[in-house]
Design a protein around this ligand. Structure first.
Ligand SMILES: [Zn+2]
Length: 290
């Protein structure tokens, strides 16, 4: 009987569209912006994560991948597993798996209202909602390309010597006359003109100014990872410049849409904002702080 079934199933394609239980351990719930490091249980299970939130996973080696989770209510991880069952089923089989992970986001109805000083409000009053949307779209566009490979062995440092978080990643907020949204970075307490250090080595790929981000520097670290530094009072680098970790790229300020002087620090992975603090934790072992 088994032989008959084997004859009736001559092609691995029959199994290709089957979704099975996820063969690796993935949490069912994560914090927003998490950057999960996932390892296949054994070298035998030749699997691959195909996508997370429609972005391809980043691979450290054949067995380990990083999955970047943004600020979405859920993310879907899709993967593929190839194996040879042996016996009568000697042909390699390919199976797909899918897992939906819940993200513990605070509801947008609990968004806090941003109180903007009059001077900031003056800069913003002629800036339409469409223009605000265009700024966020531009940031996504700038931080989406994957240039070269991400260096997983490089150590990351916080951009300020003194780190005090005044607004966390994915905290819900409502600016005046605008819809509530999730904070895409973290705000760090920074008196005016505090030196801002680049978190890891990379290349300055954008320097700009607009009423939302204020003076902004974006650094490309390769492999789809970008770091962004906003509300600066002064730039200390130029576009195209290669920067080394710790180098001062600018001075903090209060430009753009701010409630006061601070540094908005943001990390993006293939166009999705991820939690900078979580990323520092995940990459800590590369700095000997694991
Ligand atoms: Zn911010």
């Amino acid at each position: 009987m088994v032989a008959v079934i084997a004859v009736l199933m001559p092609s691995s394609q029959i199994c290709a569209d089957l979704f099975v239980a996820t063969p690796v351990k993935l949490p069912s719930e994560v914090i927003p912006g998490d950057f999960l490091k996932v390892t296949w249980p054994s070298a035998k299970s030749a699997g691959q994560f195909l996508s997370v939130s429609n972005r391809r996973a980043s691979w450290l080696n054949d067995r380990t991948a990083f999955l970047g989770i943004g600020a979405f209510p859920t993310v879907t991880v899709i993967g593929r597993l190839k194996y040879s069952p042996g016996g009568l089923f000697t042909y390699p089989r390919e199976i797909f798996f899918q897992k939906v992970i819940k993200v513990s986001l605070i509801n947008l109805t609990r968004a806090i209202k941003l109180r903007l000083p009059a001077a900031v409000w003056d800069r913003l009053k002629n800036f339409s909602q469409t223009q605000v949307g265009e700024v966020f779209a531009m940031l996504r566009r700038l931080t989406s390309p994957v240039n070269g490979k991400f260096n997983f062995h490089q150590c990351w440092h916080p951009p300020l010597h003194y780190m005090y978080v005044t607004s966390r990643f994915a905290s819900p907020r409502t600016p005046p006359h605008a819809k509530p949204y999730y904070h895409t970075g973290i705000d760090l307490r920074a008196p005016m003109r505090t030196p801002v250090h680049v978190a890891a080595s990379g290349k300055v790929m954008y320097i700009g100014d607009n009423p939302i981000t204020g003076n902004i520097v974006i650094v490309d670290h390769g492999g789809g990872i970008y770091s962004e530094y906003m509300h600066l009072s002064k730039f200390k680098v130029t576009v195209g410049e290669q920067v080394n970790r710790g180098q001062v790229i600018g001075l903090s300020g209060a430009t753009g849409r701010v409630t006061g002087p601070n540094l908005h620090w943001e990390l993006s992975w293939k166009g999705i904002s991820i939690s900078a603090l979580r990323f520092l934790q995940v990459t800590a072992p590369t700095c000997g702080r694991g």
